[in-house]
Design a protein around this ligand. Sequence first.
Ligand code: ADP
Ligand code: MG
Length: 484
Amino acid sequence: MNKYEQYETVVGLEVHAQLLTHSKIFAPDPNAFGAAPNTHVSHITLAHPGTLPVLNEKAVAYAVMMGLATDCQIQGYNQFARKNYFYPDLPKGYQISQDKTPICYGGQVVLKNHNGTTKTIRLTRIHLEEDAGKSSHDQHEAYSQIDLNRAGTPLIEIVSEPDLRSGEEAATYFRACAPIGAVLGYLRRQYGRGSRRCDANVSVRKHGDPKLGQRVEIKNMNSLRNVKRAIESEAKRQIDLIEQGERVLQQTRSYDADTNTTFALRTKENEDDYRYFPEPDLPPVVLTDAYIEQCRATMPELPQQRYTRYIEQTQLSPYDAQQLTDDLAAAQLFDQTAQLTQHTKAIANWLLGPIRNYLHEHQLTMAQCPLSAQCLAELVELVEAGKVSFSTAAQQLLPALAQQPNAKPQDLATQLQLLTHDDNDLTAQIIAQVLAQHPDKVKAYRHHGKKGLIGFFMGEVMRLSTVKLDPKTTNKMLSEALNN
Ligand code: ADP
Ligand code: MG
C-alpha cells in the first residue's frame, strides 16, 4: 500500500448559489446578469448614508423551499447579522448575512452512485446573504475595476457536514445541489458565470482514525472539474506534509488550475475577525408554520419525485430517467410530448440522442430547442409508424425541422422525399437480384455461418433501390430470404 492509500480524504463543502429573484435581496435594483457595469446600482446598493435595507420576501420563500427540498428544519425566528470586513467591492463595509439563526438547518442531500447505491450527505445549515460586487484585477494595466451590479444580489450558502470522502464525491455533491434548486426555479442553470461557487474544506486522516484532521479551506471554485482536482491535489499536499513529520496549518488557500496546486492566501493567525453582530437595520423575520406550509404547497416537483415517476409510471429505464431528471428543460419537453404520444421510450431516445447532439453541435441548450412538443410528438409517430427511418429522420428531417420549426414533420418529409416506401414487391425484387449477383457470399452466409454478411447485403439492396426502403422491413425480408 503506498502512503496515499493509507489516508482518507475528508471534505465539507460551502456552496454559494444565486437566487433567481427579480430584484436584489435588500434593494429594488434588478437582479440580472450581463448588464453594462454599474448600471444596477441604486443609492441603497451604494450604501449612501441614510439608506435602509428592505428584505425581499421572494428570497426568503426560495430559501425556505430549498430547505424543504433538502429535509431541513426551518428557523422560526430569523435575525440577520452584520459580517464586517473591508473590501472595495463591498460599499457598506459589511455584508448582511445570517450567523446564529440560519434560515434552514439539519437536512440532507442524497447522492446516487453509478452502481445504484446511495450516500447521504448531511447539511449543517443553509443561510441567506447578499453577494458582494465583482472586482477585476486583470482587465487594466494600472487599475483594478469594480462592477457593483452583483452587490446585494441574493445568495444562499449551503454548508455540508464533513461527510464527503473524495474530490470526485465532492464534485458529484456540488452537481447534485444544482438540480434541486433549478427545479425550484431559483438557481441558475448554467454553470460558471459566477452563479454557483463553492469553498471546499479539506483534511486527511489515516483510515480508521475517528478523529478529524486539521482542515484547510480552498476558496471560490465554480467548475466540477476544479472542485475535484483541487481537493485531490490539496489532500496529496497534506499527506506529503504529514509523512515528512510536519504539521498541516489551518489556512485559507486558493487553487491554481494551470499548475494543479493550491497556494496559501492567509493562515489562521491572520484570519479575519468579522465581528458579527445582529443587523440593527432589519427587524427579525418570524416564519410561522402556516407560512412554511404555504411554501411547501407552491413547490414544484422535485428531481427525486420526477425520477420515481419516470420509472414507475412512464416505464423509462433508470438511465433515461436520470438523464432527463438532470436536465430540467429536457424533462419539461418530455412531459409535454408524452401528453401527445404514447411512445415515451422513443421520446426519451430522441431527446437524449439526436436532439441533444443537434443542440450541442449548434451550441444551444435544451431550453432553446427549436422543436415544440407537438412537432416532436409528430416526428416520433412518423418514425414509429415506419414512415421515415430513424437514421434518415435523425440526420435529415431533424435539422430541416430545426430550421423550419413551424412545418409539419410529415409535410417536410414528403417535400424532402424522405418517406420510406413500403412497396414489398419492389423490395423482394431487389433482394432477389442482389442474392443472384453474389452466389458465393450467399453460400458463405448459409453454409459457413458468416452471418455478418447481412450488413453487406443490406447495403447492396439500399444502393440498388431508387427509392428509400424502410430499413426495418427490408432487413426482415432479407433475413427471411437468406434463411430460406
Ligand atoms: P468557516 O466560516 O470557518 O468557513 P463554516 O462553519 O462556514 O466555517 O464551514 C465549515 C465547513 O468545514 C463545513 O462545511 C464543515 O463540514 C467543514 N469541516 C469542518 N471540519 C472539517 C475537517 N476537519 N475536515 C474537512 N472539513 C471540515
Ligand atoms: Mg468558510
